[in-house]
Design a protein around this ligand. Structure first.
Ligand SMILES: [Ca+2]
Ligand SMILES: [Ca+2]
Length: 823
């Protein structure tokens, strides 16, 4: 059953891969920004391998004339040969790897694998590697000699793999395991066979698009103590399996060139075709510390793969190949040069541990890209780890040897309270651990001397020197000093004339919140020293516009006063809107003098003309605009299914020559529908051009008074129109339209604030009245009431309690405090 399920998902994967692989490989190999006629290259294997199958990642140049046999000294094959690759990667090829077996896993049979290999090695003066001398061995996936059928595409891949192992490690033995076909099942079984036959290095130059079921194959590719490499693919940014598999060394690709101007003598950049990115399914290994992938990131390391800077291969004649099929066997052979992996260790972690100790153990690739992505390091070369090239390319073999590790453990406490602190990040050169609720952490590091830093918000970071011993556990407890706080105080006041203190909420950007004193507007917050905060200040009472401000704190107390201004709707207590002009009440039952209705008749077949704006309330609606009596209405619902509304109610001209605060105010009751729009537009050029100043589309209803400031209309003659569109939608009522100067001005008087409580001190939601004004306090008993100046008799009433009356001496533009206790 498991097999059947795998078959199904791999079919999907292969189809998806086919689409991606349709990209012309020659085009994919052109570095971005270079407008050159790129050398042509073709895929060695079918781009769409078919259901349950994988494709090899070899690209063969088609612009290279192929000659046969060992060439005379004066003629060398095109493409990089063993000497070039050994020099570029500083490989100890002459002295290391003697008798070590590197396994190559591929699909199908290459009948000329051994003879082609002999020509390659003879050409470059490498020692013969034959069946007879015990260096070369070819087996089927069961370890026998019942070889599968021949496949010329995969045979080219096989020669590429054999030649790359030979180039990097001429003293190595080579075991070629030929899978029955290019199914993932056959190839996974071939890996197991190579390991069973004792290979400690297994190279895989193939893959297919990732799939949710891929984890079922991970066990075949994950053999602790054995190096398993896999190509990341030739399709640019994007992942493939088995490069993503657990425990595998994912090998990306570079463009490699000679550069006499560098100390290295070579230069590398990201190959645009190399695969990279975040696995969709495979867990992130503990040694990966990049922040852009929650799951496993590929690649781990890389080597040359660009066919434009390709390698010489002998397969039925001299050829030039590229693709990440070249880099995966190069890296497997580099591990072989480095010495045997330690038993039960994860070879994929070696370069990561090595790079922590010595970043120069790998050539960091810092330029080029294989696509566009976020974050950019997943598809672009840059300092340190990047997706297409991983940690970089070999600079000798130091990065490919096991580094003994040890563990640092400890407890982090607060130096003041001695309590454990959770959520502390413990970091050493990018390796991280976090303390748990008990303040404990554990961090695995290569043996050696380390600086370990503990950091957490609200604490001062602390760095300590730690010595990590092989296989040992070092205890390092840390006591962190809390960051001292600093006091931020200020007053929140009315900024529109009265100037009194406001009852407001002040919220800092870290979530710290306080309220102002309702009588004075004063607040105080304790915030961390040397931090930058945004304070959001919002009045509790309606009618004021909230504000945000930034405070940068040092070690000294800071004052931050804030003045809030009243909103244009002018609902703040102690303010009144003054309107200079007339108000249209639409009470006459017809279009008022100077007002016009224009209906656009779309003459749609099957639709009747029905009036748009009307003044006789044909649908019998309630005036819900906040106005009284009659109103103007477009009643699309009442007009029915076979009418379209595209109707404008246009005002007379208003002269705003002397207006300093021009505005339009109106009462509205808009019942929105998915297909309705309601727009208020103004014109200051006699109706030639219109500007939308208020627009509602779709379903939200809007009811009550609307105020729209018209600053652009100051000093002009302005026309206003109300434009509605709909079809069997709902309706839009408007009433009490005013166009003119409107200011929101303070009314003479002062504010009485206080709290109404019962005998126990609990707040009572009370009704408080004075001088004809009434307010309702909140559930905590707080109230705020505007009254004229002078001695005012103030009465508080709450349900189930005896009302009380007190006298307040109210001063203009000031706040007087008056509390009540009701029995
Ligand atoms: Ca890099
Ligand atoms: Ca009216």
């Amino acid at each position: 059953m498991a097999r059947a399920r795998n078959r199904r998902w791999w079919t999907v994967a292969a189809l998806a891969a086919g689409i991606v692989l349709a990209t012309a490989p020659a085009a994919a190999s052109v570095p971005p920004g270079q407008d050159t006629a790129a050398p042509a290259a073709t895929r060695s294997c079918a781009a769409d391998p078919g259901p349950g199958k994988v494709s090899c990642f070899a690209l063969r140049r088609t612009d290279i004339r192929s000659s046969k046999g060992v060439l005379p000294d004066a003629v060398s094959p095109s493409g990089f040969g063993p000497g070039d690759l050994q020099a570029a990667y500083t490989l100890p090829s002459a002295t290391a790897g003697d008798g070590v077996t590197v396994a190559i896993v591929d699909a199908y049979d290459d009948p000329t694998a051994e003879s082609d290999l002999a020509t390659y090695r003879a050409q470059y003066g490498l020692p013969p590697c034959t069946t007879d001398n015990g260096c070369f061995r070819k087996v089927d996936q069961r370890g026998g000699t019942d070889y599968p059928v021949e496949n010329t595409g995969w045979a080219g891949e096989i020669s590429l793999d054999l030649d790359m192992v030979s180039a990097a490690c001429p003293n190595c033995h080579i075991l070629l395991v030929e899978g029955d076909d290019n199914s993932i099942d056959a190839l996974a079984a071939s890996v197991d066979q190579a390991v069973a036959m004792g290979a400690k290095y297994v190279s895989n130059s193939y893959g297919a698009t990732e799939d949710p079921g891929e984890g079922d194959y991970d066990g075949h590719y994950h053999h602790p103590g054995v190096v398993v490499t896999a190509s990341t693919g030739d399709n640019g940014y994007g992942t493939s399996y088995p490069a993503t598999a657990e425990g595998v060394v994912a090998v990306g690709g570079t463009s490699l060139g000679r550069d006499a101007g560098t100390a290295r003598g070579w230069t590398e950049s990201v190959w645009s075709g190399a695969g990279s990115g975040c696995s969709a399914y495979e867990d992130k290994p503990s040694w990966q510390t990049d922040s852009g992938c929650e799951k496993r990131a590929v690649a781990d390391v890389s080597a040359v793969a660009d066919p434009n800077t390709g390698v010489a291969v002998y397969y039925n004649g001299w050829k030039v190949y590229g693709g990440t099929s070249a880099s995966a066997p190069l890296i497997a052979a580099t591990y072989a040069l480095a010495g045997a992996p330690a038993a039960a260790t994860e070879p994929a972690s070696y370069p990561y541990n090595a790079a922590l100790v010595d970043p120069a153990a790998l050539n960091d690739v810092t330029s080029g890209s294989n696509g566009t992505c976020t974050p950019a390091y997943l598809c672009g070369g840059g300092p340190g780890y990047d997706g297409p090239t991983g940690l970089g390319t070999p600079n000798g073999v130091a990065a490919f040897t096991y580094k003994a590790t040890g563990t640092v453990t400890g407890t982090v406490t607060d130096s003041a309270t001695h309590e454990p602190v959770s959520g502390v990040e413990i970091e050493a050169r990018g390796r991280r651990a976090t303390t748990g609720a008990d303040g404990k952490y554990a961090l695995r590091l290569p043996a050696g001397s380390w600086e370990v830093t503990a950091s957490r918000r609200a604490y001062q970071a602390k760095t300590v020197a730690v010595s990590v011993t092989e296989g040992g556990s070092t205890t390092q407890d840390l006591a962190l000093d809390p960051v001292p706080t600093v006091s931020v105080t200020g007053t929140v006041t009315d900024g529109s004339g009265h100037g009194w203190g406001l009852y407001a909420t002040v919220t800092a950007s870290d979530g710290t919140t306080t309220h102002t004193d309702p009588a004075t507007g004063r607040y105080e917050l304790d915030l961390l020293q040397n931090e930058k905060y945004t304070l959001h200040v919002a009045a509790v009472d309606t009618g004021y516009t909230a504000r945000s401000l930034t405070v940068e704190l040092g070690t000294e107390a800071v004052t931050a006063d804030v003045a809030l201004t009243v909103e244009a709707v002018c609902t703040a207590a102690g303010y009144r809107a003054t309107r200079n002009g007339t108000v249209q009440s639409f009470d006459g039952g017809q279009a008022p003098k100077g007002w016009r209705v224009a209906d656009v008749n779309h003459r749609q077949p099957g639709y009747d003309y029905k009036p748009g704006w009307q003044f006789t309330n044909p649908g019998g609606r309630v005036n819900a605009t906040g106005g009284e009596g009659n109103f103007a209405v477009v009643d699309s619902d009442h007009s029915g299914q076979h009418a379209i509304q595209d109707t404008m109610l246009t005002s007379p001209t208003f002269d705003l020559a002397g207006a300093t605060e021009p505005a339009i105010t109106f009462g509205t009751d808009l019942h929105g529908a998915v297909n309705s729009t309601a727009t208020v537009e103004t014109s200051t050029d006699g109706g030639k051009t219109w500007k939308s100043v208020w627009h509602k589309a779709g379903t939200p209803n809007v009811s009550g008074p609307v105020v729209v400031d018209l600053p652009d209309a100051a000093g002009h003659r302005v026309i206003v129109r109300f434009h509605y569109t709909g079809n069997w939608s709902k309706w839009w009522e408007i009433d009490d339209v005013f166009v003119g100067n409107r200011s929101c001005d303070p009314v003479a008087g002062g504010m009485v604030v206080g709290r109404v409580t019962d005998g126990s001190g609990a707040g009572l939601p009370a009704t408080v009245t004075a001088a004809g004004s009434t307010t309702h306090g909140d559930t905590d008993g707080r109230y705020r009431l505007f009254t004229p100046a002078g001695d005012q008799s103030v009465t508080a009433e709450a349900s189930g309690h005896t009302p009380a009356t007190k006298t307040a001496a109210v001063t203009a533009d000031h706040t007087t405090r008056l509390d009540f206790t009701l029995s």
